[in-house]
Design a protein around this ligand. Structure first.
Ligand SMILES: *[C@@H]1O[C@H](CO)[C@@H](O)[C@H](O)[C@H]1NC(C)=O
Ligand SMILES: *[C@@H]1O[C@H](CO)[C@@H](O)[C@H](O)[C@H]1NC(C)=O
Ligand SMILES: *[C@@H]1O[C@H](CO)[C@@H](O)[C@H](O)[C@H]1NC(C)=O
Ligand SMILES: *[C@@H]1O[C@H](CO)[C@@H](O)[C@H](O)[C@H]1NC(C)=O
Ligand SMILES: *[C@@H]1O[C@H](CO)[C@@H](O)[C@H](O)[C@H]1NC(C)=O
Ligand SMILES: *[C@@H]1O[C@H](CO)[C@@H](O)[C@H](O)[C@H]1NC(C)=O
Length: 291
């Protein structure tokens, strides 16, 4: 087992044109403080890096293929939070990633989001994709050109989504976990949105502004175990429709919605009596009486 090591790299090193901090733990490499150009040779001094994480940086340019320049890289995190000059992410940036990259996490700067080219991720075959602060608007199959056949996890958080096309998930059959969260203008979901994702087990929809659900939005989710609807604007939860559309639900989070606590308590006991197995409903941090 390798001991984690801290290194500070100076001017002459390919990693950076100024001091960067590197933290290495076994096959994971964390780099912060990078400025200017993210060079192709960045990984050349490190053997067997499987996970590369770049954060807290002032990168303005990424050389073609730099993020996957070592064939052992399977997971990449590019975090541009706090970097208003971050470069546009293009297909070139992910050159060489095609057959090796499984997991990709991109976070753009919330106040000055840079761009992800529509074709940037076209050649990847990801299992796990997470995008934060990428401006989307209407979420449909064209939002990015993606090969979704092997995608098991998709996270879109703080992405300015106000509408989801009903066909959005129709070619993502392998999905097991989805998060669409922190979209202040997302007020409803289309009927049958998840009808083609029968393997979904966890669905996190917290901190949108969903106002109303008939629960057939979730039709087809026969194996869903966990649903997070905290921080929305729901004023009514229909125990019967929930039990019918989500027969395998084990955990439902409904903190911070419009329904008064006592009614949530009633709903919780109704739902428990309709399910054929135990289900946990998380609706208050305390007991209702303390309000
Ligand atoms: C280092 O890596 C090991 C194995 O992946 C992990 O269990 C551990 O939490 C890591 N330590 C730190 C400080 O990240
Ligand atoms: C999906 O993954 C399998 C193996 O895990 C691989 O053989 C196949 O090529 C992948 N499918 C696509 C469309 O890339
Ligand atoms: C919500 O919609 C308003 C008005 O269209 C727009 O100005 C704002 O940027 C949107 N916010 C988010 C987080 O989508
Ligand atoms: C329950 O489901 C039925 C049939 O799909 C629908 O007509 C009704 O509006 C739903 N009620 C609520 C309160 O969600
Ligand atoms: C679900 O909701 C709670 C708030 O009720 C939040 O703290 C939590 O991070 C959410 N997400 C997940 C992945 O559980
Ligand atoms: C529970 O079981 C009963 C009888 O076996 C069945 O009619 C009902 O549909 C089941 N409910 C759910 C939510 O699976």
């Amino acid at each position: 087992m390798n001991f984690p090591t801290f290194l500070t790299i100076f001017l002459f090193h390919p990693v950076s044109n100024s001091a960067a901090k590197i933290y290495q733990n076994a096959t994971e490499l964390y780099i912060s403080g990078l400025t200017g150009t993210f060079k192709y040779e960045i990984l050349s001094d490190f053997a067997d890096v499987s996970k590369l994480k770049i954060f807290d940086n002032r990168v303005t340019k990424i050389e073609p293929g730099a993020v996957c320049s070592s064939p052992s890289v399977k997971s990449v995190e590019l975090n541009f939070a706090g970097n208003p000059g971050a470069p546009t992410l293009t297909k070139d940036v992910f050159r060489l990633c095609q057959f090796q990259l499984q997991q990709l996490f991109i976070r753009l700067d919330f106040d000055n989001p840079s761009q992800i080219d529509k074709e940037a991720l076209r050649d990847l075959n990801l299992r796990d994709l997470s995008l934060q602060c990428h401006k989307i608007g209407i979420l449909d199959q064209d939002f990015l050109t993606l090969n979704t056949l092997n995608l098991t996890r998709l996270v879109l958080s703080n992405c300015y989504i106000h509408e989801i096309d009903k066909h959005f998930f129709s070619r993502m059959e392998k999905l097991e976990e989805v998060e669409i969260s922190y979209n202040r203008n997302l007020t409803h979901l289309p009927k049958n949105l998840f009808i083609k994702t029968p393997n979904l087990k966890r669905l996190f929809l917290q901190y949108n502004r969903i106002r109303e659900l008939e629960w057939d939005e979730f039709a087809g989710l026969n194996f869903l175990q966990e649903l997070n609807l905290s921080g929305n604007r729901l004023a009514y939860f229909d125990a019967r429709n929930i039990s019918e559309n989500l027969p395998n639900l084990r955990r439902l989070k409904i903190l911070k919605n419009l329904l008064p606590c006592q009614l949530k308590e009633k709903f919780s006991s109704d739902l428990k009596s309709m399910m054929n197995h135990s289900v946990e409903v998380v609706y208050t941090r305390f007991s209702c009486r303390e309000y």
